[in-house]
Design a protein around this ligand. Structure first.
Ligand code: NAD
Length: 469
């Protein structure tokens, strides 16, 4: 037993024992030590959680938006009181360096939750179209299945929006990083979120995730994770025509045009690609550079990558922590080992800490746009640099991907905006425009279906009804 062990599930407003005594170990990826155990939930646990969410639905959906907003307001206060714990927990179970964990892993979900509490108390007025009154109603019981890379943010983006909309939720966090979800549920219990409105069932994807995706009582599955799992979930939900919202992988391009501020574009671009050890779905993993700046950009990217301090997430100076697991590290190293592109920083022989699932920040130049490195989502600190001759070629290379989640463009404002409009992705940042946690977030192509965050994210959890008068 460790002090971080969480032996129970949260169902119907109570901490309850799981149906099976099986547990899942949670590893600290920087030390490779087991730091806690959580229940390996079963389909029986999912049945109980869906029953509790179904029972709670009418009462929660029947409350006014403003009333639900007041509950979210209390939830925000309870969660904010745990900000330090959240950052430490994500530092332990994922390995995000503490400074970044505080700002992003704790700060971002609090901002998103605050936004939904505010949005709920300012409901949009009823819309009319001719003789029709258009009303928005909660979609029902939501199954929320989340990954490990931003483990609280991805949970809150779903739970806060679903609760604001009037839905009830059965949550299954990633089995690799389940501990931070417990902090949200602790906060929900403290804040008086009504029984059954938020339920937590930990467990593996193939058991608990699949049981949620295929459950006849789940009206909508909101999923963030890999494209392969998104496909399996869509198939499971299709049998009963349940709604799905999918936030999947990415292979985003950072396009540095002829008239860009190259130094800024490269520095910000490398930082973006390596944030959270490259385990970010929106990471700009392909840096596309106009030929006139190419050599300078390659040299600067290599130097910037070489300046990263890799190591213990709890050391103040650490910029790059480990990858989440041995499997993820081996997968990323496989891409590095197989690549025939020109290695300019990091690589398989770069020095690393003796323990932990580390990969050195790695930069390849002269990467072929059709190669594995440029096409596959690596999900590690690996940047590919690709030259282009003009804006048309830049757009063609940027769009040469089965993904379409995010991207960046650098250049004079008009020209960069024109390129941004031509990129087939759900988001583009022009000249370092900051991430906006209230703007719609989601993907084109195999990066997903639907949008999260802000008002668009709320709408995703609603049905639309036309009442004729
Ligand atoms: P994953 O698909 O392996 O797992 C995600 C979740 O799905 C986990 O909770 C897992 O237990 C569950 N799961 C696995 N198999 C399942 C099944 N058969 N049925 C139901 N649930 C199942 O992904 P991951 O490795 O945890 O996360 C990394 C991936 O997530 C990357 O591809 C990344 O791009 C993507 N991601 C996307 C976004 C986005 O918003 N677009 C955000 C973060 C991560």
């Amino acid at each position: 037993m460790t002090s971080l062990d969480r032996p129970l599930l949260f169902i119907g407003g109570e901490w309850v024992p799981p149906a099976s005594p099986e547990t899942i170990p949670v590893e600290n990826p920087a030390t490779e030590q087991i730091i806690a155990r959580v229940p390996a939930g079963t389909s029986e646990d999912v049945d109980r959680a869906v029953a509790a969410a179904t029972k709670a639905f009418d009462g929660w959906a029947g409350r006014s938006m403003a009333d639900r907003g007041a509950v979210l307001d209390r939830l925000h206060a309870s969660l904010a009181a745990r900000a330090g714990d959240i950052a430490r927990t994500v530092g332990l179970e994922l390995g995000t360096p503490l400074k970044i964990a505080k700002a992003v892993q704790a700060g971002l979900p609090l901002t998103v939750l605050r936004g939904y509490a505010d949005l709920a108390v300012r409901p949009s007025p009823d819309e009319t179209i001719g003789n029709s009154l258009i009303v928005h109603e909660p979609v029902g019981v939501v199954g929320a299945i989340t990954p490990w890379n931003y483990p609280l943010h991805q949970v809150v983006a779903k739970v806060a929006a679903a609760l604001a909309a009037g839905c009830t939720v059965v949550l299954k966090p990633s089995e690799l990083t389940p501990l931070v979800a417990y902090l949200l549920v602790d906060a929900a219990a403290e804040a008086g979120v009504p029984a059954g409105v938020l339920n937590l069932v930990t467990g593996t994807g193939p058991v608990v995730g699949a049981a949620i995706a295929g459950h006849p009582g789940v009206d909508m599955v909101s999923f963030t994770g890999s494209t392969a799992t998104g496909r399996a979930i869509t198939h499971a939900a299709a049998d009963r025509i349940a709604k799905v919202a999918l936030e999947l992988g990415g292979k985003s391009a950072n396009v540095i045009l002829e008239d860009a501020d190259v130094v800024k574009a490269v520095k910000v671009g490398v930082g973006n690609a390596f944030l959270n050890s490259g385990q970010t779905c929106t990471a700009w993993t392909r840096m596309l550079v106009h030929r006139s700046h190419y050599d300078e950009a390659v040299e600067l990217a290599a130097k910037t990558a070489g300046g990263y301090t890799v190591g213990d997430p709890f050391d103040e100076g650490t910029r790059l922590g480990p990858l989440v697991s041995a499997a993820q590290r081996d997968r990323v190293r496989g891409f590095v080992d197989r690549s025939r592109a020109r290695l300019v920083a990091g690589g398989p022989d770069a020095p690393l800490p003796g323990r932990g699932h580390f990969v050195a920040p790695t930069v390849f130049a002269d990467v072929a746009p059709d190669s594995e490195l440029a096409q596959e989502e690596i999900f590690g600190p690996v940047l590919s640099i690709i030259p282009f001759a003009d804006d048309d070629e830049a757009v063609a290379i940027a769009n040469n991907s089965r993904y379409g989640l995010a991207g960046g463009v650098w250049g004079s404002d008009e020209r960069a905006l024109a390129v941004a409009r031509r990129m087939r992705t759900g988001a583009v940042d022009v000249n370092g425009g900051a991430f906006n946690p209230f703007a719609p977030f989601g993907g084109y192509k195999q990066s997903g279906v639907g949008r999260e965050l802000g008002e668009y994210g709320l709408t995703e959890f609603q049905q639309v009804k036309a009442i004729q008068r």
